[in-house]
Design a protein around this ligand. Structure first.
Ligand code: GDP
Length: 218
């Protein structure tokens, strides 16, 4: 009732103004504020996940999100050349970009599409390159690594499916990949992230790392 009365009075303000002895001021937006309104909406920080087909990328993304049920994850619209990528908007914090898998079953335009995206890298904070811990760094992984190096992207290596090997084999693989990172790469973060989407090993640490680099730990 009170609200209806208020709206009624607001609607009548111009009529009342002459009676009050002055015309209503023409309200204009201050120039600085108008400038802000013209700016494109603030883009969220992005992290992207890249890896060859079957490396365990979808399983890992699912595991990451299943451990954060309170965060709303939305798949957002895909403009232009990014149609084959999935964009997961994670609350108001960041966007996780899921690149199509490379190698076997990769889309024909994979290289053009991914190269274009990574080169442009608007707000791309970090690239996560997934390597199958059982298989190690393959030839196609090497091409992706070279691409990250060439574009000077800061990237992080995730070792997937660590539950599949014995401790001894896994240790050997980790040491070998660590040696590769230390000696053959410039832009790769020195710490590896071994994970399992089955046992959830390493998922919490990876989540904390992503929260930290995206500035979501406030
Ligand atoms: P993508 O093609 O990279 O998205 O790979 P998927 O997530 O679809 O996984 C490919 C296969 O590996 C599937 O059969 C998964 O069940 C299996 N897989 C994925 N992650 C793991 C893991 O951490 N441990 C085990 N044992 N299998 C996994």
């Amino acid at each position: 009732m009170a609200a209806a009365g208020l709206w009624h009075r607001v609607g009548r303000l111009p009529e009342m103004a002459p009676a009050l002895g002055r015309w209503p001021r023409a309200y204009s937006t201050p120039p600085a504020f108008a400038e802000v309104l013209r700016l494109p909406p603030k883009q969220l920080t992005k992290v992207c996940f890249i890896g060859r087909s079957n490396v365990g990328k979808s399983s890992l993304i699912k595991a990451l999100f299943s451990q954060a049920p309170d965060v709303e994850v939305r798949i957002s619209k895909k403009p232009g050349h990014t149609k084959k990528m999935n964009f997961f908007k994670v609350g108001k914090y960041f966007t996780l970009v899921d690149m199509p898998g490379y190698g076997y079953r990769a889309p024909e335009d994979f290289v053009d599409m991914v190269e274009a995206y990574l080169k442009e890298r608007k707000n791309l904070k970090r690239t996560f390159l997934l390597v199958d811990s059982v298989v190690g760094i393959t030839e196609v992984d090497n091409i992706a690594i070279e691409m990250c190096e060439e574009f000077a992207l800061p990237y992080v290596m995730i070792l997937t499916k660590i539950d599949k090997s014995s401790k001894g084999y896994l240790f050997k693989q980790v040491l070998q990949i660590q040696k590769f990172v230390n000696t053959q790469t410039q832009g790769c973060f020195p710490q590896l992230f071994p994970v399992s989407a089955v046992t959830y090993f390493g998922i919490h640490l990876l989540k904390c790392f992503i929260a930290d680099i995206t500035g979501s730990l406030k």
